[in-house]
Design a protein around this ligand. Structure first.
Ligand code: SAM
Length: 196
């Protein structure tokens, strides 16, 4: 329970809550939790509401068309040390990222992880589309290697091919790369899982 964790696209700290309040047979989370988000208001809220010693929050300067407030370009570097984290994850972040932003965060995930650390990002996957395909989602517009839902709001929903994500992660240096698919009908997004 002393793992160091990075949560990219942390929002208003939904997952950090679990770790802050975790108590299993009197075992508490004693590691460091870093949340990153492009939404300055959410980041400020988290900074005010978490113990700043173990829970740090950074506003990303990634070039999200829909969410970016800072406009820092798409090579944003998370201000944390190399090889210091056991887990880098995101929940429903890559589902809103176009190719260059997604690549940057996958590279940042690799940089931040300790050797043998774990990366876990949920995705929309063309080969295993969500149950909403055909109703809410179509992913019918190509944009680079991504398939997007809306040409006017490209980051509303973004899906990738398995082959693209897996070969990108291997090229970055990850090993044991796989995509974990949820049982059909399950609401949860597939997970891109790799080891450094
Ligand atoms: C669907 S929400 C998920 C929030 C949180 N992970 C959760 O599970 O509740 C997507 C989050 O990603 C953030 N986001 C979008 N683009 C981003 C980017 N380029 N860099 C960092 N965060 C981003 C949004 O501000 C939002 O908080």
């Amino acid at each position: 329970m002393d793992a160091n964790i990075v949560d990219i696209g942390a929002g208003c700290g939904r997952w950090s809550h679990w770790m802050r309040d975790y108590n299993f047979r009197n075992r508490r989370f004693t590691g460091t939790y870093v949340g990153v988000d492009v939404d300055g208001e959410a980041v400020d809220w988290c900074r005010r509401n978490y113990d700043g010693e173990r829970f740090r929050f950074h506003q990303s300067g990634d070039a999200s068309v829909s969410y970016d407030q800072a406009g820092w370009g798409n090579s944003y570097r998370i201000p944390e040390a190399d090889a210091a984290f056991d887990l880098v994850f995101s929940n429903s972040l890559l589902t809103h990222l176009l190719q260059t932003e997604a690549e940057n965060y996958l590279q940042e995930s690799y940089r931040l992880l300790k050797p043998h650390g774990t990366m876990m990002h949920t995705i929309f996957n063309i080969e295993h589309p969500p149950a909403t395909l055909g109703t809410r989602h179509t992913f019918s517009h190509p944009r680079g290697d991504a398939m997007i839902e809306s040409e006017t709001q490209p980051e509303a929903a973004v899906a990738y091919h398995s082959h693209f994500l897996l070969s990108l992660c291997r090229r970055i240096g990850f090993s044991a790369c796989e995509i974990i698919y949820m049982p059909s009908g399950a609401q949860h997004q597939p997970v891109l899982l790799c080891r450094k």
